[in-house]
Design a protein around this ligand. Sequence first.
Ligand code: DGL
Length: 274
Amino acid sequence: METNNKQNESICLFDSGIGGLTVLKKLINKFPNENYIYLADLARVPFGDKTKEEIKKIVDEIIEWLVTFKPKIIIMACNTSSALLNHQLSAISHQLSIPIYGMIQSCATEITKSKHKKISVWATKFVAESNVYKKTIQNNNPDITVEETACQKLVPMIEGLSFTLEERNKIINEYLSQTSKDSNALILGCTHYPLISEDLKRLTNIEIIDPADYLINDLCRGLLQQSSTPLHTSTQISLYTTAQKEKLERFSKLYLHLKGDVKVNLINLNKITI
Ligand code: DGL
C-alpha cells in the first residue's frame, strides 16, 4: 500500500461523523503543536445502529487507510468502534506497531476512583447493548451501579444540525426521563453528545462527564508528554470525509474556530457499502 511520507508523526483520529471533532478540539487545546488528520465517515454514519460485523469491516477499512499516513498514534474518536475493539486494542496496536487509543478504557477506569456510586451512561445502541461501560467500571469496582441507555435519536439529531431548541429539548427530555434521578453522574458515551452539553446543562443538574477528558489525561501521562522541542510550531489539521464535504467544512470551521478557508478532502473508502 502507498505511504504518505509527508504526514509522518501525525495523530490520526476518526469517527462516523462530526462527533469526533469534540475530541479533536480538546486535543488541539492540550497539544497545539501537533499534526492532526481527522476522518469523518459521513457516507456510513451512524455506526451505532449497525451490526458488529458491519462495524468491524468499516473500522478495519478505516484503520488500514489511516496506517498509510504512518501515524504516531491513532485515536478512535468514536465509542462505538472503541466498544467493538475494547479488548483487542493492545493486540492491534502491537501488530501495527502504532499505539491505538479508544474512548472507553481511561474513563471507565478512572471514574471508579471518584465518589460516584451510581453512574448513568448515554450511548449508541451498539455501545449500550455491549454493556462495555458497565463491565469495565464494575470490573474495577463492583459496588458502583451503572445503567446504560441507548439514545438512538441523538446522533441523527446532532448530525442534522438544523433541529430547533424545542425539538432538541423534546428528544433530550425523552432520554432524561429514562435516566435514574439518583444517578451521580452522566457519562456521554458517544463523541457526538458533547455537542449538546449546553442543552443538557439547561435541562438537568446531573454531573456531565466527557470521556475525552480522561483520554487526554492518559495521553498526557504517556505518549504525548509535552517535549521541550515540539515537532511542529503550530497546529496542522487535515480533514477527510467519505461524503457531505460541505457539512464538514462548515461545521469544523465554526466548531474548531479555524481561520481562512477550510479544505476538506473527499475520499472514497466505500469498498464496503453498508
Ligand atoms: N460518535 C460515535 C460514537 O462515539 C459514533 C456515533 C454513530 O455513528 O452512531 O459512538
